[in-house]
Design a protein around this ligand. Sequence first.
Ligand code: F6R
Length: 619
Amino acid sequence: MNRISRLKKTVTSMCGIFAYVGTRNGIRLALDCLKKMEYRGYDSAGLAYIADGNLITHKAVGKLRNLEKMIDDQTAQCVIAHTRWATHGKVTTENAHPILDATQSVAVIHNGVIENFQQLRHELEREGITFRTETDTEVIANLIAILYKGDLLQAVQEMVPLIKGAWAIAVIHKNHPDECIVAKNSSPLVIGIGVGETFAASEPNALIHHTREVIYLSEGELARIKANSVELFDEARLPITKQTEQLKHSAEEMSKGDFAHYTLKEIYDQPQAVRNAMLSRFFEDYGTVAMDEISISAAALLAVKRVVIVACGTSLHAGLVAGYMLEEIARIPTSVEISSEFRYRNPIVEDGTLVLAISQSGETADTLAAVRELKAKGATIIAICNVQGSTLTRDADSTLFLRAGTEVGVCSTKAFTSQLTVLTLFTIMMARLRHMSKAEGQEFLSALKEIPEQIQQVLAIAPHIEKLADKYASANDFYFIGRRYMYPTCLEGALKLKEIAYINACGYAAGEMKHGPIALLNEKCPTFALCADTLTYDKVVSNVMESKARHSPVICLTFAGDTRLTKIADDIIEIPMTRDELAPITAAVACQLFAYYCAKKRGADIDQPRNLAKSVTVE
Ligand code: F6R
């Protein structure tokens, strides 16, 4: 079983995992805690427990509510439960977790990827094991069952070296009704300690209503959890002790209030979220920024010669805006890297390299891997993150929290504008440490202070944006174009339209259109031109004319009072006048509303778009 090969194709899940051993009804607790992690994956859900010496499973394809419907008055004191996001393999009841071994003795839930599962599966099949699912997890269940000689802990410990990849697992066995074994490698796992009960979950937020005392497992660590005990072991199977930590953040009520969707609520949360991101972080009198959370001396920050930003998706778009700002305003050479590409390079890290790792969740596998590589090469890491206790915040040297509150909608909205706010403050701080004068700092900060009110003004034109969405929602293709600060913004606008409205939207640097994509423009392919960048305004207007000449209907987003575009554009969205560096914040809000209303018009599942998950814990 120990021949390991790296296989390209994986059948895997991203998922939220939960385990409970105690005296309360673990099934109800499992459903409650899974609800808090449902955004990690919602293809299917399931749970398993032991009753009269047998493993009982309930599994349902689709949302968690389908699983809830299957649960009646069943009770159990030792339960594992799972919400799944599949990358390969069909979304079926069989493939939903928990996954059992061939003898129905072992049940496993799993978050991650077993890279060598195909080889292991072939070997197990040669030994006569019949597989019932397409999952990689089934090899774990069968390996444990084969290795089991009466001690579940030992069987899991012997199984671990055989699997390769990133994973967190929870395992129960029908002969051990009062214990659960949990283990992790790269995927997140936290143990919660209650009074006479013990939990495990993919994220602390899922547990915060039940306990605040937690232990974070590190790579390769394993635990046997029972109602009244937690035994910890390191990779070498030696017993270890770890300090418990207290969850400090408050238990947030995750409610969408009167809003139709979490996504809409979170779009409307943005004035407050941006205020929170600024709170006590700047001093207008001195035109400067103080970020006490950064445990790096001013001298070391002054010595920074280069910034490397790593991020994915929406966070990457925030990073791209920051890239422009840090070079232009703070005059620090900055490269902005897609984490999934960067992790496979052999980066050159010179003295004075500072890394900004941007991740809403703090669990994005590619960003974590990029950070680990950069750390190994000696770089200092500042995380920009929304989730306390997440893996990134524990790996980084310092963390700047967004304070945006939980983002439940899978599509990132308030995290993006909060990231931009924090990145702007960071830029001003770095610039003030260098050449920026007090007066320049004050001017920048007073413009930033206006932003929450300016977001409110954009929210006030939601009815106008909804009308435009009604007009354009039937388009199957869209181009978002912009230059300079509006370039990353148009990438973000297009991403929103893709992920929640399922419209094939492409964000493009406006100047690049003529190098190819313009061939695709016609009367059925609208252009969304982001013109709110004063330095490149004239150039973008020329690009708008080029789109019009190809019969592409054009929506122009521009600063209020711009009369030039009214004669050219088919439709206009106005945002309040601000500095170019800050316009991405308000422009993004308009793009979010446009995507939201297009998605609504098209009847899409806005909060949980198909095929997506909130926390991308596999690569
Ligand atoms: C898009 C979106 C994703 C995330 C990306 C990175 O709306 O939410 O593109 O931005 O998966 O996630 P984090 O920021 O958690 O690293």
